[in-house]
Design a protein around this ligand. Structure first.
Ligand SMILES: [Zn+2]
Length: 371
């Protein structure tokens, strides 16, 4: 059985108490550590159901490492409603996307680490974890949102595996991963059966997963001769299809996939079984086209999720119902249509679909996220 812990978020308002519920399996310091959280975007709920199934499955398993699960990672977003509509992606006080602007761990630790890192990779791993823990302890959050970020980072900071479970609007399963982690993390895509894995050194938005992984390759790239830096954290954002894909059968299958992956990585005892090839190979995030609405109006898709698209294909139209004019939505790349907006009213230039291509697109530089 897991040990459960309730953390009250600091820096809230009087009379308004918010809690994080943490499930701990195994023992700290024993074997590899994995950290899994769900619903940092609080209106993305498939991960919460997957976490529920995973917690149930784990009751029958032997934990050889340490595993922390936070099934509802954003109690602020869980309570945000406007006009009967749940708003979980942005903090309604200041408008910030809940999964952006996590602290830059490299900037916070590089000076201290430069003085102590040496030739021993395992010793360096320990020193980096200590430096990160100290840097996080020095942070003073300005408000409850910043306190939430810091609390989640403290739970995950020394994990070997960090999985942040999200979902898209309407989508196939896909994974965001650091370029340097591929193909080492190909087993994650294989176990989950993810047809799309998108690689970037940095997406430009400092999301949760990148806070942990980019640190290591920045240290490695800037290390002097003779200093050995491991890629100390396999950190990924897993997009569990679309917002409405909340079903027990799907979630149970995803939980079983995560269990196999955790067995493969030595966090759980037992045979994970043979590793399947992922249904699709990884592609660069800057080759993923964000298809934008050519005009405002009603989105009428022609192409379905999972369709292979060629550059120049019309994947749908925007209808202006006031003038009866139709505007074609044209793909600019060959690739797999893996995500569509789930509302059908678009503003001009709004990102309404994603196509995973293989050739980097010239305008996909710098900030690579859709918002
Ligand atoms: Zn999300």
């Amino acid at each position: 059985m897991p040990k459960t812990e309730t953390i009250v978020l600091p820096h809230g308002l009087p009379g308004s108490r918010r809690e994080l519920h943490v499930y701990r399996f195994g023992n700290p310091g024993q074997g590899p550590k994995a950290y899994i959280q769900a619903s940092l975007h609080a209106d993305e709920l498939p991960g919460g159901l997957v976490a529920h199934h995973l917690i149930r499955l784990l009751e029958r398993e032997e934990i050889t490492g340490e595993l922390i699960i936070v099934p509802a990672a954003n109690p602020i977003g869980l309570g945000q409603f406007a006009f009967n509509h749940h708003i979980g992606r942005y903090e309604m006080g200041g408008g910030e996307n809940f999964n952006r602007n996590f602290p830059d761990l490299y900037a916070l630790t590089r000076d201290k680490l430069a003085a102590v890192l040496g030739p021993d990779e395992e010793e360096n791993r320990r020193l980096v974890h200590m430096a990160v823990a100290a840097a996080l302890d020095e942070q003073t959050p300005a408000d409850e949102n910043a306190a939430l970020k810091l609390t989640l980072m403290r739970l995950a900071h020394d994990a070997d595996i960090v999985l942040d479970l999200h979902c898209d609007y309407e989508a196939l399963m896909h994974i965001y991963l650091g370029t340097d982690l591929w193909p080492e993390a190909r087993d994650l895509a294989g176990d989950l059966g993810a047809p799309v894995t998108l690689l970037a050194h940095s997406s430009g938005g400092n999301p949760f997963d990148e806070a942990f992984s980019t640190l290591w390759w920045q240290l490695r790239r800037n290390a002097p001769e003779g200093v050995a830096i491991p890629l100390g954290c396999l950190s990924a954002t897993v997009e569990l299809r679309g917002q409405a894909d909340v079903e027990d059968a799907l979630a149970r299958r995803d939980a079983e996939a995560l269990l196999r992956f955790l067995k493969r990585r030595g966090v759980i005892a037992g045979d994970p079984g043979p590793l399947a090839d992922p249904p699709g190979e990884a592609t660069p995030l800057n080759a993923c086209e964000l298809v934008r609405a050519p005009a405002g109006g009603i989105i009428v898709f022609r192409a379905s999720l999972g369709e292979r698209i060629e550059a120049g294909d019309i994947i749908g139209e925007i209808l202006d119902p006031t003038t009866q004019q139709r505007h074609e939505i044209t793909a600019r790349t060959d690739g797999l249509l893996f995500s569509r907006f789930n509302q059908r009213w678009a503003r001009p230039h709004e990102a309404i679909a994603k196509i995973a291509g293989t050739t980097p697109l010239p305008d996909r530089q710098g900030y690579l996220m859709e918002d």
